[in-house]
Design a protein around this ligand. Structure first.
Ligand SMILES: NC(=O)C1=CN([C@@H]2O[C@H](COP(=O)(O)OP(=O)(O)OC[C@H]3O[C@@H](n4cnc5c(N)ncnc54)[C@H](O)[C@@H]3O)[C@@H](O)[C@H]2O)C=CC1
Ligand SMILES: O=C(O)[C@@H]1CCC=N1
Length: 285
């Protein structure tokens, strides 16, 4: 396909190394958005079932990472953080060197979504001058409601940032952040969906404890979380104001919220984010 970043089309062919939970969510969003055709995508995975699923969708499953990236214009690295250096070493020879790429359009952009893995590490394991972008996405990308933060590397120009932004815009909202903020981003929006799902589980279990049938409890909890999240986003109001609107004097909500304070919910969430932040730093080595 032709590259046309100005209209939001992506450079093809696209190689996705590691079509697991997050890599597949991004690929689903990009295919659904029509930015790229399945025939323009090559993937790798160690999971035969995932390989079969993607093959059935018309995506090429490459024999190895080097084969996937040969001739690719955009490479998404979506393996576990510890596997990134080995995977990059294995594709180095298949990537164009700066000198070999005749024009900016012929360069291959490498997008890493690996938690903690720094741009400096990517650069150490890529041919000199390779444009690279570090991104922290999240799984709601699957339904186009993701949040991605990107940090361009030294050799990533405006055109590369435009390509990465077009890729991630198919997944939801995109912000550009300095790399030093990426571990904090990981702790909030990267891991954040899991915190929300844990709250959903707790609310559903609470409903069951209080005598509701599980499907009813699940519907109530799910729509309440979705409705509250949309209200927060669309009203632009501070969450404390929205919480006050629910809290009638002497009513049920105040009684419930007092238990949040008693059990230090806010401190628990902050401690969870701090732990995730620290883990992201550790993964960076
Ligand atoms: N799951 C999430 O919510 C998020 C994950 N990430 C990052 O995405 C990356 C992948 O995470 P998940 O998708 O959760 O893991 P996952 O385990 O679901 O996916 C990893 C994939 O890599 C494949 N793989 C492993 N070694 C490989 C190799 N040498 N060559 C090709 N493929 C290989 C596996 O078969 C699997 O398909 C990690 O670096 C993680 O930090 C980033 C943001 C959010
Ligand atoms: O748990 C993890 O390490 C990845 C990164 C952010 C969300 N999932």
């Amino acid at each position: 396909m032709n590259s046309d970043e100005t209209t939001g089309h992506l450079r093809g062919p696209l190689a996705l190394l590691g079509a697991g939970a997050m890599g597949s969510a991004i690929l689903e969003a990009v295919l659904a958005g029509g930015q790229i055709a399945a025939a323009d995508v090559r993937i790798t995975t160690l999971d035969p079932a995932a390989a079969d699923r993607w093959r059935e969708r018309g995506v090429h499953v490459a024999d190895d990472n080097a084969a996937a990236v040969a001739g690719a214009r955009l490479v998404i690295v979506a393996v576990k953080p510890a596997d990134v250096p080995t995977v990059l070493d294995s594709i180095c020879a298949a990537l164009p060197t700066d000198a070999a790429a005749e024009s900016a359009q012929e360069r291959c952009l490498v997008v890493s979504i690996a938690a903690g893995v720094r741009l400096a590490t990517l650069a150490q394991h890529l041919p000199p001058g390779t444009p690279a972008v570090r991104v922290m996405p999240n799984t709601p990308a699957l339904i186009g409601e993701g949040m991605s933060a990107l940090s361009p590397g030294e050799h990533a120009g405006e055109r590369d940032v435009a390509v990465a932004t077009a890729l991630l815009a198919a997944c939801g909202q995109v912000v550009v952040v300095p790399e030093k903020q990426q571990d904090a981003v990981t702790a909030i929006s990267g891991s954040g969906p899991a915190y929300v799902f844990a709250v959903a589980e707790a609310l559903i279990d609470a409903g069951v404890l209080l005598g509701l049938p599980r499907p009813t409890a699940a519907q109530l909890a799910t729509q309440t979380l979705a409705g509250a999240a949309l209200m927060l986003r669309e009203s632009g109001q501070h969450p404390s104001l929205l919480r006050e609107q629910v809290t009638s004097p002497g009513g049920t909500t105040a009684a419930g919220l007092r238990e949040f304070d008693r059990h230090a919910l806010k401190s628990t969430i902050i401690a969870a984010a701090e732990a995730a932040h620290e883990r992201s730093r550790q993964l960076g080595g």
